[in-house]
Ligand binder design. Structure first.
Ligand SMILES: [Ca+2]
Ligand SMILES: [Ca+2]
Ligand SMILES: [Ca+2]
Ligand SMILES: [Ca+2]
Length: 311
């Protein structure tokens, strides 16, 4: 069992050399609803799955260092009941099958899909990252699986987990049982840890694809992590530093460049969520949620990136 200490991250400020980066999905943030998830849409059509009141949560928005995730259903070539019959999918704290979750007290389960379930995690922007490694832990419940996963049909069980570069379409597998009977792979009944480096990926998305068709068949997912080094500049060369940091409402720049070209803030997924007026000397970001962000300061042909904390 491992424990992440998130609070430590918030004290990583710009330093010489490199800083550790971390974005995760640990499935601990969402409330747990016991009982089954019922898809109310037509199970013979492909469609996004939505969260239903008082049923297990299957989609979540990203939040600080936590990846969001969204789920999608695709029927067999010859459609079956899908998730309309009520199935154990989504956030769970049920440990009957797994004994304990790999991390914390909750994970994500995919059982009795009677079709295909895709679980897609937030796109991560990795432009300033190097040596990025993606981790995912999986528990395949001990059962009798059938087929080799090559047919889009019942009794052709399959689990695939891969990292997609949405810009190039390149994929790197963490696990793909296609072409094998899961029963014969000796991967059931214990937590498996998969990881891969993703060199050259400026953006990345983790995707889980599952196909199974019995309540005794279940795939559990936990402890997804993107870990890497954030490339930062030598502190002695940094000309501008946000002050104060952490920031409450207002900040200014220590050693403000005279030729400030751009000043903007990205969230940890790389999305630009604030741009400042370069004619000003003081900026307000009181409206931003508390958390970790990247402040980018462009002058001439250089851009400095530094971590800032919004209180
Ligand atoms: Ca967990
Ligand atoms: Ca089902
Ligand atoms: Ca099966
Ligand atoms: Ca088996």
């Amino acid at each position: 069992m491992k424990k992440h200490v998130f609070s430590g991250l918030f004290f990583l400020l710009i330093q010489t050399g490199q800083a550790q980066e971390l974005i995760v999905a640990d499935f601990e943030q969402q409330p747990v609803f016991t009982g089954l998830y019922f898809d109310l849409e037509d199970p013979s059509t492909a469609h996004p799955l939505i969260n239903n009141p008082q049923e297990p949560i299957i989609n979540a928005e990203p939040n600080n260092q936590q990846l969001g995730f969204s789920s999608y259903y695709t029927p067999y070539d010859d459609p079956s009941t899908g998730l309309s019959d009520g199935d154990q999918v989504g956030i769970t704290d049920d440990t009957d099958s797994v004994g304990a979750f790999y991390e914390g007290n909750q994970g994500y389960v995919l059982s009795d899909i009677d079709g295909n379930f895709s679980l897609t995690f937030s796109e991560v922007t990795l432009e300033n990252w190097s040596q990025t490694t993606v981790y995912c832990s999986v528990f395949i419940k001990e059962s009798t699986y059938e087929g080799d996963g090559t047919q889009n049909a019942a009794n052709s069980d399959r689990l695939a987990i891969y990292v997609l570069n949405p810009l190039s379409g390149e994929k790197i597998d963490l696990l793909d049982t296609t072409g094998h009977d899961i029963d014969e792979l000796d991967i059931e009944g214990r937590w498996l840890n998969f990881s891969t480096q993703i060199p050259g990926f400026n953006r990345a998305q983790l995707i889980v694809e599952a196909r199974n068709n019995a309540s005794s068949e279940a795939f559990f997912i936990d402890d997804i992590r993107f870990e890497g080094q954030l490339s930062v500049v030598d502190h002695s060369e940094v000309k501008s530093v946000a002050a104060p940091n952490p920031i409450d409402q207002y900040f200014s720049l220590d050693r403000r460049p005279s030729d400030l070209k751009e000043i903007y803030i990205q969230n940890i997924f790389g999305r630009i969520i604030w741009r400042g007026d370069t004619r000003q000397n003081i900026w307000t970001i009181g409206h931003l949620n508390s958390g970790l962000y990247f402040l980018n300061i462009a002058e001439q042909d250089k851009t400095w990136t530094q971590k800032i904390i919004k209180k």
